[in-house]
Design a protein around this ligand. Structure first.
Ligand code: PEP
Length: 249
């Protein structure tokens, strides 16, 4: 049976009240399906609400969109892994392209965050992906490998096995332009090779970038994709319900 993970990145949208209505609608319409997991990455202020509402559903989880690598301290505006855990997180996004390219997060910082997230018992979802000019210059694999190395080089195989990767080409995020399943599959295969060479077994690799109801069936039909990370098309419960219910052969 094919396992698939559908992850919703709500970015800076959906407060606690809207999340209550969203998750109520979602739970009323979504039955657990074998091999299928659905994860939500709400804003920090909404994390506790979502995690409470989905308690008891092993196929559903909530996660943090970002964490600091220190467990506590004078870091105004940041949240730590222990704070995210207390709010019910089971995973954390690391190195999302908006963190890297809007807030200047470095490869070295993603490495610190991966280690902190693993130490705190959460699943790190490391986002990697090239900018348009890098793709056009034929640098996609080099960029992605540099990001993988920056965050993961030196981890023991046992730790590496817990990491999920989201391949998200920057030019595809929020632009309406998605990578073709074939393009994504080539990068996924390269990422899979990088991870397995270092001891990972059956790595989970998601695709993200303008996934929507029109392209989801074609994307998940590609067996290199173990699921998707979705921004815009995850913001309405009705659309997300349809998207996560996409049949696969
Ligand atoms: C994202 O934020 O990770 C993302 C893929 O966004 P979108 O689906 O809107 O392109």
């Amino acid at each position: 049976m094919r396992s698939l993970l559908f992850a919703a990145n709500w970015k800076m949208h959906v407060g606690p009240a809207a999340a209550r209505a969203y998750i109520d609608q979602f739970l009323a319409g979504y039955q657990a399906q074998p091999g299928r997991r659905v994860w939500f990455f709400p804003p920090a202020t909404t994390l506790h609400t979502v995690s409470q509402l989905i308690t008891g559903r092993a196929d559903l989880a909530a996660g943090a969109q970002n964490v600091h690598w220190e467990p506590k301290g004078a870091f105004t505006g940041e949240i730590s892994v222990p704070l995210a855990v207390e709010a019910g997180a089971r995973a954390a996004l690391i190195g999302h392209s908006e963190r890297r390219h809007v807030f200047g997060e470095t490869d070295a910082e993603t490495g610190l965050k991966v280690r902190a997230v693993l130490a705190g018992g959460l699943v790190p979802v490391l986002c990697v992906g090239e900018k348009l000019e890098q793709r056009e210059a034929g640098e996609t694999l080099a960029v992605v490998q540099r990001q993988l190395a920056g965050a993961l080089e030196g981890l023991e195989a046992e730790a590496l096995r817990k990491v999920i990767i989201a391949y998200e080409p920057v030019w595809a995020i929020g632009t309406g332009k998605n990578a073709t399943p074939r393009d994504a599959a080539q990068v996924h295969a390269d990422i899979r090779g990088w991870l397995t060479q270092r001891g990972a077994t059956s790595p989970v690799i998601l695709y993200g970038g303008s996934v929507n109801l029109k392209n989801i069936a074609e994307l998940v039909a590609e067996r290199e994709l173990d699921g998707v990370l979705v921004g815009g098309a995850s913001l309405e419960a009705a659309t997300w319900l349809q998207l996560v219910s996409t049949p696969v052969s």
